[in-house]
Design a binder for this molecule. Structure first.
Ligand SMILES: [Zn+2]
Length: 157
């Protein structure tokens, strides 16, 4: 099929171009919203879990303990002039466990992090967007499916 934009052969990608559904070639599809790709373009038996590029990755927001939680806790605790033992007692936790958390050899659970946030007036939990996909380099500039496939092809070479 001819590309409806440039007229070249290979216009077998259905894409949304400025509000119109057009069959376009790979080159013209970059930057456009892809509606469907030709079936043979999908790698045959590569992804056993099924899915692949056409199933959009699930992206969700979750709470995560900040990276420098240990020093954050210690600084706040020292600012209040509290000993580990006192904080441990107030939180009903073991002093040795809090010590390990401050040294970042142990990670507080979300519940404990919340208690520490409350007790010390600090921020330990942050919302992170977790996505199974991460594009390096060009990310942020609106990668299209065409770009992704192009990168995948380059990787294989
Ligand atoms: Zn074209």
């Amino acid at each position: 099929m001819e590309c409806e934009i440039c007229g070249r052969e290979g216009g077998d990608i259905l894409a949304m171009v400025e509000g119109a559904k057009l069959y376009v070639c790979h080159g013209c599809s970059s930057g456009a919203k892809i509606i469907s790709m030709p079936r043979q373009a999908a790698p045959a038996r590569q992804n056993q879990a099924g899915g692949g590029f056409l199933s959009s990755p699930a992206s969700k927001t979750e709470l995560e303990v900040v990276d420098d939680f240990g020093s954050t806790i210690r600084r706040a605790r020292e600012r209040y002039g509290l000993s580990l033992a006192v904080v441990a007692e107030r939180l009903n936790e073991k002093e040795s466990f809090l010590d390990r958390i401050e040294k970042e050899t142990a990670r507080p659970s979300e519940g404990l992090a919340r208690k520490l946030e409350h007790e010390l007036g600090i921020k330990l939990l942050e919302q992170v967007e977790s996505s199974s996909f991460e594009f390096g380099g060009k990310s942020g500039k609106g990668m299209t499916l065409g770009d992704v496939l192009e990168i995948e092809k380059k990787k294989k070479r």
